[in-house]
Design a protein around this ligand. Sequence first.
Ligand code: FES
Ligand SMILES: [Fe+2]
Length: 337
Amino acid sequence: MKQDVTKDLSEIVDIKKIEIVKKSITESHGLPNECYTDEEYTTIERKKIFEEKWSVIGVANSVPNPGDARPFDLFGIPLIILRDKKNQIKVFHNVCSHRGYKILQKPEKINNVIRCPYHSWAYDFDGNLVATPHIGGMNKNEAEGFDKSCNKLKEVRSYVWLDLIFVNISNNAESFEEYIKPLSDRWSKFWTKEDQKLIRHPKDHGYFQLKVKCNWKFAIENYCESYHLPWVHPGLNSYSKLSDHYHIESDLNRFAGQGTMVYDPKYKSSKKFPCFPNWPKKKKKFWGICGSFPKCNARNTQRSLLCLLAGTNKPCLHIRTYGSLLCWRRSCLFWQI
Ligand code: FES
Ligand SMILES: [Fe+2]
């Protein structure tokens, strides 16, 4: 990827084509081609959206146990997702403070330290540099004037919400609570905070990938419209019709999506999935999907939560289902995308 972030957007895309996007529905059309195909546009996008805003990089469930760590590449920014011994998720730049080597090459179980494979510097779970073998010469592990505390692993600002891991690489965005408030307020009206704590990710059948040969925006935009339902999902359209859907868009431009109040799937079995206990009875048929963050859509119903994360570098959708503590095993089988 070219890294010329000094280029102005107007040098890459005809601004008039972008202005059209904001016009009324009768005059507007989608983003110009360059926004989906141009590498220089992607460089600006990476900085303005993925570094300077809150962005989802994965789910906490992908590192289920203390010591689990996995590398993640955010448009060329190498990161480490780690679950520490206190069960907290931490995100670090996957860059050694010595010579910048990529420390974690593949998912690993870390016992006590994250060790760089190049010169064996080692960092604890808080990113503190704790070992610098032979730094002062053979078998001398200290060097005069070298201060380990100045050479920590660089931690990235992160927050876990509904198991989604958000990062703000540039550390310049508003607080996460402030950022998520519009969506959190919307959802908490029918999905209480207590019920949200019940979500669990199943150990089986709860995750799959779809290979998609498209830019990440194209994949996410698909979940912000229901126009394709009659043709692509005639089964779904039989009980959740195109005409029943309404558009969701937040004032602060934080999320957008689709909702319906008449979602009433027909089950082949006589058994029904249990619901979240405090879901309001009057909103039982509510269904909402919100694409609020780069790369991520989250869909909730009275019975489950579904998260879709669009890969950035690799054309892939990561789909995870969550159910309540009471029903996760069956609800995970429910979704057929
Ligand atoms: S680059 Fe990591 S220890 Fe040298
Ligand atoms: Fe669809």
